[in-house]
Design a protein around this ligand. Structure first.
Ligand code: GLV
Ligand code: GLV
Length: 316
């Protein structure tokens, strides 16, 4: 018989359809009987939905694997999963290029004030005079906070803009020509643009705080495409209001979909509703990789993209 899986929160319809081809799928939000809960061996979670932790694990005694829709898995209590022997997979790799494209788009939109310029035109103000001159990307030093798959894809694109690139990550990576800085603050000190791509979670919470923003400086631009929790949002609002930094481009927020009023009212920010990986092509690829991870597990093959914290639970 087909393995039974649970989907705790809605997924794109094409992904649900792909899951239903292989598994018996229970939609948690539609209600699920206790007898079925006891048979559930897999979960298809989503990084864009609610948290997945002990509350849910306690109701799913047969759960073996959680396949996450998303590269970030700060939505999942991975430590609690590991204790219960539950393997976790993500969708690493398939969204790097898409998120990097969006990052460059957001960076340029923020520096060249593209959304404000478009509003200016639509508001019929062009005949009143030219749109105010903007800052430039050229001549800026770009710091990448978190040089993983997405960070490297961003760096590759930035090479084309001929701007100096540096990075901070937990470790200095071999074989890279970009300077490495030992802390976020040192990187910010030596950057005019700071691009945040470290994973979310407790280890990176408020990594970009008031000190880092002060180090970035009055001409500095912050771009965040990873998780809102990495940036101290209260400190960011204060820094934007006081001119401690010049501007920010944000695709993520601390308590999505809530966006602070102060950011909505600010002129020097570009705000996006967490769309980094949000193209049809990439969301389909993410869905397929999630399905393939579950298919591999239940077909006794190696899962494709296990997260580091539960890799030891995978049979050799
Ligand atoms: C999106 O935010 C993801 O983690 O994939
Ligand atoms: C990269 O993301 C790191 O934290 O090293």
């Amino acid at each position: 018989s087909r393995p039974e899986i649970v989907v705790p929160a809605p997924l794109p319809p094409f992904t649900l359809t792909a899951l239903e081809r292989l598994f018996t799928v229970h939609r948690l939000w539609e209600g699920i009987e206790d007898a079925a809960l006891a048979r559930v061996r897999g979960m298809a979670a989503s990084t864009l939905a609610g948290p997945v932790g002990e509350d849910l694990f306690a109701r799913l005694p047969a759960l073996e694997i959680i396949a996450n829709f998303g590269v970030g898995y700060d939505n999942i209590d991975v430590a609690a999963a590991a204790v219960r022997g539950i393997v976790v997979t993500n969708t690493a790799g398939v969204l790097d290029e898409e998120v990097a494209d969006l990052t460059i788009g957001l960076l340029l939109a923020t520096l060249r004030r593209i959304p404000a310029a478009e509003r200016f035109l639509r508001d019929g103000r062009w005949n009143e005079g030219p749109f105010p001159l903007s800052p430039s990307l050229r001549g800026r030093r770009v710091g990448i906070l978190g040089l993983g798959g997405i960070g490297k894809a961003v760096a590759r694109r930035l090479e084309g803009f001929a701007v100096p690139i540096a990075y901070h990550g937990r470790t200095r990576q071999e074989g890279l020509s970009y300077p490495w800085y030992a802390s976020a603050e040192e990187l910010a000190e030596n950057s005019d643009v700071l691009i945040v791509i470290v994973p979310g979670g407790v280890a990176t919470r408020h990594m970009v705080d008031a000190r880092v923003l002060t180090a970035l400086g009055p001409d500095g631009v912050l771009v965040n495409v990873s998780r809102g929790t990495v940036v101290d949002e209260v400190a960011l609002v204060a820094a934007l209001e006081s001119g401690t930094i010049l501007a920010a481009g944000l695709d993520v927020f601390d308590r999505e979909p809530h966006v602070p009023e102060a950011l909505l009212a600010a002129e020097n920010v570009v705000l996006l509703p967490h769309i980094g990986s949000g193209s049809r092509l990439t969301r389909e690829a993410m869905g397929q990789l999630m399905v393939d991870n579950l298919g591999a597990w239940f077909g006794a093959r190696r899962v494709l993209t296990p997260v580091a914290e539960t890799r030891h639970l995978i049979p050799a």
